[in-house]
Design a protein around this ligand. Structure first.
Ligand code: G2I
Length: 479
């Protein structure tokens, strides 16, 4: 039986990658094994885009997106080719969604969600409670009416997007700049007191228990009075069981305020509290090497912190940046890759990596695709592998199935154990469309985890090409 696991639709081919890669891996009981055999033909690269490079490190790489630009082909092509996650730049803010009390406009946000889902992108929700882009009627409310309105807004919005948002910026920019460490004046702070933040997080957890709940702010990227005030709040929340899962660091930098030397240490101290950390709105004013070096520091700092789960830049192209004159992004106004783009891609490739471990035993395989050595752009071939070692090992053998212009099937046979888990890392921008004979889960958009579902050890998957025909890598482990 075919189960359509992801809301994915075949889309137009955007890019054709040459070459063919077939890989198979096997593991032994209790140990996760990495790559067993990898045969590469032509110029196939596992890491071709920002999203793919980050996924190879177990992270996402995203961008802010404006619904109004999705109709521009160059914009959407760049978005889809490079990024694995999106944050609506303005479309989920209070003044768009609830400009008038209890009248909700989800249209622009829905547009971004639909596009992201069609590309299997993660979605960050931004933002539920913020002093800015707040319609006038909110600040006119009495304290008790404001409390109800805040809870209602959180509940309505999160319920509408329930199950679709990876992480929500529940509260945004609640602290003052400077050395006071105080909360920023806002209708919420002024009428409800500091407790509104805790209330917002508790309300958010009840609305969508599966979404990660983040606090998000700027000028908190290094160790300073403001970040320490946020740190103390998060520490207190964790100690008292107030639901918080992540802290977002916006990462708006410029030459006068570059990435601080203690950037990584700051991320780490938050991670040590037991929350994920994310770079949520990165942009760096400037150009050339200076800008590129800042980006490198950000990427390397994130990769060095195991709980840093992803990086989002605040826009696809300099053309549409909120501070366009500062040329702060990775693609210029003509969607050309800048030095900073190359620096980010290089830094993502040089990270500590998540495919550690050693491969037990040996693997062997044949592939008509590799032996031909051409970049015909079709996926064909067979591959098989075996593990050495003692007991409890498993092997996943992968062969080509049916092919269409926009998608292809792979058939997988697992041997050696009936208690197996096969992890498939799907090369971006390919997507899994469907699977059969397995219980499938998706830790992220580029990863499929397959377990037996009682249908035996022969299973398969359909992959949407999106211009690429590079096969996933498969890792078999037992437990
Ligand atoms: O200011 C940069 C960011 C700081 N952190 C929170 C983010 O939400 C914030 O994003 C920016 C958007 O990039 C801008 O696009 O937030 C601005 C508003 O505070 C956004 O600007 C607004 C303009 O002020 C409006 O005039 C305009 O109608 O964008 C709106 C939609 O284009």
């Amino acid at each position: 039986m075919i189960s359509y696991s992801l809301r994915n639709r075949p889309g137009p081919s955007r890019r054709r990658r040459s070459g063919l890669r077939i890989a198979i891996a096997a593991g032994t009981a209790g140990a996760v094994a990495a790559i067993g055999l990898m045969a590469t033909a032509g110029s196939a690269h596992a890491v071709g885009t920002l999203g793919n490079a980050a996924a190879a490190q177990g992270r996402y790489f995203g961008t802010a997106v404006a619904a109004g630009h999705l109709g521009e082909t160059a914009y959407t092509n760049a978005l889809d080719a490079e990024f694995g996650a999106v944050t609506p730049e303005n479309e989920m803010k209070w003044d768009t969604i609830e400009a008038n009390q209890n009248s909700f406009n989800f249209g622009p946000g829905d547009q971004i969600v639909a596009h992201a889902q069609s590309q299997n992108m993660k979605i960050r929700g931004h933002t539920l409670v913020w002093y800015s882009q707040l319609p006038g009627w909110v600040s006119g409310l009495s304290a008790s009416a404001l409390q109800s309105a805040m809870n209602n807004h959180i509940t309505q919005v999160m319920t509408h997007y329930k199950g679709e948002i990876y992480a929500w910026d529940v509260v945004n920019e609640a602290f003052q700049d400077g050395g006071s460490g105080a909360r920023r004046s806002s209708p919420f702070q002024d009428k409800l007191g500091s407790g509104y933040i805790e209330t917002a997080f508790r309300t958010a957890r009840a609305a969508d228990p599966n979404a990660k709940l983040c606090y998000n702010d700027y000028n908190t990227d290094g160790v300073n009075a403001k970040s320490t005030a946020v740190y103390n709040m998060v520490k207190d929340f964790k100690a008292r069981g107030v639901p918080i899962d992540c802290v977002g660091f916006q990462g708006h930098f410029n030459p006068q305020s570059p990435v601080p030397g203690d950037f990584q240490a700051n991320l780490q101290r938050f991670a040590d509290l037991g929350v994920d950390v994310q770079m949520t709105e990165v942009d760096v004013a400037g150009s050339g090497t200076a800008q590129a070096n800042n980006y490198t520091t950000i990427v390397k700092g994130c990769l060095a912190v195991s709980r840093c789960t992803g990086i989002t830049v605040w826009g696809v192209t300099d053309k549409y940046s909120w501070r366009s004159g500062d040329t702060p992004l990775l693609l210029d106004g003509n969607y050309q890759k800048k030095a900073s783009y190359n620096a980010v891609l290089a830094a993502l490739g040089s990270g500590g990596g998540t495919s550690g471990g050693t491969s037990a035993g040996t693997s062997s395989g044949t592939s008509s695709g590799t032996s031909s050595g051409t970049s015909a752009g079709t996926s064909s071939g067979t591959s098989s592998g075996t593990t050495g070692g003692t007991g409890g090992s498993c092997t996943a053998a992968v062969t080509a199935g049916s092919q269409w212009s926009d998608r292809y099937n792979l058939n997988v046979t697992v041997s050696g154990s009936t208690n197996w888990t096969v992890t498939a890392n799907i090369p971006y921008p390919e997507k899994v469309l469907s699977t059969w004979n397995i219980s499938a889960t998706y830790p992220n958009a580029q990863q499929l985890v397959a377990k037996p579902n009682g249908s035996g050890n022969n299973w398969g998957l359909t992959i949407q090409k999106n211009g690429s025909t590079t096969w996933p890598t498969f890792t078999c482990t037992t437990s």
